[in-house]
Design a binder for this molecule. Structure first.
Ligand code: BYC
Length: 324
């Protein structure tokens, strides 16, 4: 019966074995994975847009080539992740419909506009930097197909972080205007990265909506018990801040949080607590930029209909033996 299956499932988790598509799994585990993997996949493909907007305006051929490769990588990440989600019995078409109709979310980080060239550097350095910290433990997440997708994604993200750092570094070596442009982009992308890429805080500290924050913590605990998440959101957020503060110092930009200082006793950098209300506000749902992101995505999907039709027609001809 179900109890026996569940005991076997729990035993696999306890032994540190990965769960594979052929294995029995509780409905809640499957639902939680579908939700996280699809939200993740959507974030990758919507996340192409802020930087993608600068492809035609990159300041040199060299910068254009690396940005193009970076944005293409994000499309690839979306594809690995949709494939991983499909092993759970959902279809990519349905997941895309859920994104397009607003039924599923993507990281609200990407509801912010990329106003200058320096934003491409700040996004890659901070947002991809946060993503690597959040996603590296997912290489050991309990669901096999998700873990395998994450290994490749993380290697590519690590390259993106350096590409972003290099864009900002060069601007910081340039004219006062260029340096100011770098600082301005860092000022605008800091909060979206530190607040949104890690999800809500683990505790209600600083927040005023106790009920939803407590629910968030319960979901997190469930996720950790199933080995989907390996660390809490705030642990990973701290790891990100510890990585990034010395990098900012080397580059010569200031992170826009006056509370950032080394705490000898904790062995970590202190920073301002993430306010839950601010987090909700910063989601930018319904903002002009969010509407544009979605409209752009839907238009790209519709423009690509002929490709999907051609692929289906080709597959049908192959199946009928019309092509050799
Ligand atoms: N934005 O789910 P909960 C990239 C919502 S892309 C909007 O309990 P948890 C890149 C959440 O939906 C890679 N909403 O939080 C691409 C829920 O609301 P509903 C992105 C958010 O479990 C291109 C409520 O808040 N990486 O790197 O802690 C260019 C409660 O949250 C957000 C991943 O996706 C948000 N950010 O999960 C550059 C990694 N966060 O649905 C870079 C995998 C939360 O109840 N994902 N909400 O109305 C994760 O690890 C988890 O999804 C998170 C949040 C830690 C992000």
């Amino acid at each position: 019966g179900v109890e026996q299956l569940n005991a076997h499932f729990e035993a696999l988790l306890a032994a540190g074995e990965q769960i594979e598509p052929r294995d029995w799994m509780p409905d809640g585990y499957r639902r939680m994975l579908v939700r996280q993997i699809s939200q993740h996949a959507h974030s990758e493909i919507i996340g192409m847009q802020p930087e993608g907007a600068w492809l035609t305006r990159a300041p040199s051929l060299h910068r254009k080539a690396s940005l193009l490769a970076k944005v293409q990588d994000e499309a690839g990440h979306g594809l690995y992740l949709y494939s991983a989600a499909e092993t759970l019995g959902v279809s990519r078409a349905d997941l895309l419909d859920a994104l397009h109709s607003g039924h599923q979310r993507y990281a609200a980080t990407f509801n912010h506009p990329a106003l200058t060239w320096a934003d491409t550097g700040a996004i890659a350095w901070l947002t991809d930097g946060a993503a690597v910290v959040n996603q590296a433990p997912l290489c050991h997440t309990s669901y096999g197909p998700y873990a395998r997708a994450m290994r490749r994604v993380c290697q590519e993200e690590a390259f993106h972080v350096r590409q972003g750092y290099d864009v900002l570094w060069s601007l910081c070596q340039g004219t006062p205007e260029q340096k100011e442009m770098a600082q301005d982009a860092v000022n605008r992308w800091w909060l979206p990265a530190v607040a949104l890429m890690f999800g809500p805080p683990d505790t209600v500290a600083g927040g005023s909506d106790d009920r939803t924050a407590a629910m968030g913590a319960a979901v997190s605990q469930r996720s950790m018990a199933w080995g989907i998440k390996r660390h809490t959101n705030d642990e990973l957020r701290q790891r990100f801040v510890d990585n990034v503060v010395p990098q900012a110092e080397r580059m010569g930009v200031t992170l826009p949080d006056p509370a950032i200082r080394w705490n000898e006793e904790r062995g970590h950098y202190d920073f301002s607590p993430i306010d839950w209300q601010l987090f909700r506000g910063a989601l930018g749902d319904g903002s002009q930029c969010a509407r544009q992101r979605l409209a752009h995505r839907v238009a790209a999907h519709e423009d690509g209909a002929w490709v999907r039709e051609a692929v289906d027609a080709y597959a049908a001809q192959l199946a009928d033996g019309e092509l050799e």
